[in-house]
Ligand binder design. Structure first.
Ligand SMILES: Cc1ncc(C[n+]2csc(CCOP(=O)(O)OP(=O)(O)O)c2C)c(N)n1
Length: 302
């Protein structure tokens, strides 16, 4: 018999939003194991728990924007104690979901603390590249040159001026048993990564791409295609760091130019002018540099 997913349809995420696709894929990988989910404030939480309804068919905690990992640390510790006392006999898995604002930026210290203390939990960031829920403000995950409400493109500025923070590498630097980057376009890979992350003893982290039609300004049908192009252009490479060992999960047969990914997004429209060509080249150079660095880390260079 098919198990019931811990995330039900009928939530109120926007049409074309990829975050719920990610959660469904994670739920498929989890199967019928018992889970407790902690969810940082953000689109996923706001649109899936509109009182008196909820899309979550599991133990679910909504907490402040910045402390999903800290909250889950406490719950996981209480669980270990109750298990020791023989008051709980079944196995429970702990999963936190946070957007990039709640993970890369404002929740980073609580996440870092939870990872360093070694709590047995999986933290999943659904990275849509901005604070989408509150009106598309830039985050440290926003790509270089993207137009957002707090990094507006115009005569004075080409959009966001910084490259995105490499959060997956920062998590790997915590020397946790498992860290990975995934994309729902490669769902078998994403689900295998969730399985691995849940099987390790201790903390694990998965960073997954999750486009937002409002913030990226794309046709609602194209969300998954955009995740695929982010991987094929090597803007969002798929890899894992399993007990310290870096491993590439997927190598595009032919690396596509970054232009194929940004052309489909309204937040980069300002680059498609004569002057913008220079910026597109800078973007390409940075993607190439980061890709070479990753190949070296994974022992795939040359
Ligand atoms: C300490 C604090 N600052 C700001 C807010 C307002 N706030 C709620 S959700 C949100 C943005 C969430 O962005 P992100 O984590 O990227 O998730 P998304 O909405 O994009 O899914 C902000 C700024 C808050 N709730 N708490």
């Amino acid at each position: 018999m098919e198990h019931e997913s811990f995330f039900s349809p009928g939530h109120r995420m926007c049409a074309g939003c990829v975050a719920p696709v990610v959660v469904r894929q994670v739920a498929l990988a989890v199967g019928d194991r018992s889970v407790v989910v902690a969810n940082a404030t953000g689109c996923l939480e706001v649109a899936s728990t509109i009182f008196p309804y909820t899309a979550w068919r599991c133990g679910y905690i909504h907490n402040a924007f910045e402390n999903a990992a800290a909250t889950l640390s406490g719950v996981e510790t209480a669980y270990r104690s109750l298990r020791k006392q023989g008051k709980i006999n079944r196995e429970v898995k702990f999963i936190a979901f946070g957007g990039d604002g709640g993970t890369y930026d404002i929740g980073l210290q609580s996440l870092s603390g939870a990872m360093e203390r070694g709590h047995d939990m999986l933290y999943i960031c659904y990275d849509n590249g901005a604070y989408m829920n509150t009106g598309i403000q830039r985050s440290s995950a926003t790509p270089l040159f993207a137009d957002t409400t707090t990094s507006p493109a115009g005569r004075e500025s080409p959009g966001k001026r910084q490259w995105r923070k490499d959060l997956t590498a920062i998590m790997a630097a915590h020397n946790i048993p498992y860290a990975a980057q995934a994309s729902p376009s490669h769902f078998m890979d994403l689900m295998a990564k969730v399985q691995k992350a849940l099987s390790v003893d201790g903390p694990s982290f998965i960073n997954t791409m999750a486009p937002c039609p409002r913030g990226w300004r794309y046709d609602t049908r194209e969300g998954i295609e955009l995740t695929r192009l982010s991987v094929e252009t090597c803007y969002w490479p798929l890899y894992e760091v399993d007990h310290g060992k870096w491993k590439l999960s997927y190598k595009p047969r032919e690396k596509k130019p970054i232009e194929t990914w940004i052309r489909k997004q309204g937040r980069f429209r300002h680059l498609f002018t004569d002057e913008g060509q220079q910026e597109i080249e800078r973007l390409q150079q940075r993607v190439d540099q980061e890709w070479t660095k990753l190949l070296e880390r994974c022992g795939e260079a040359g």
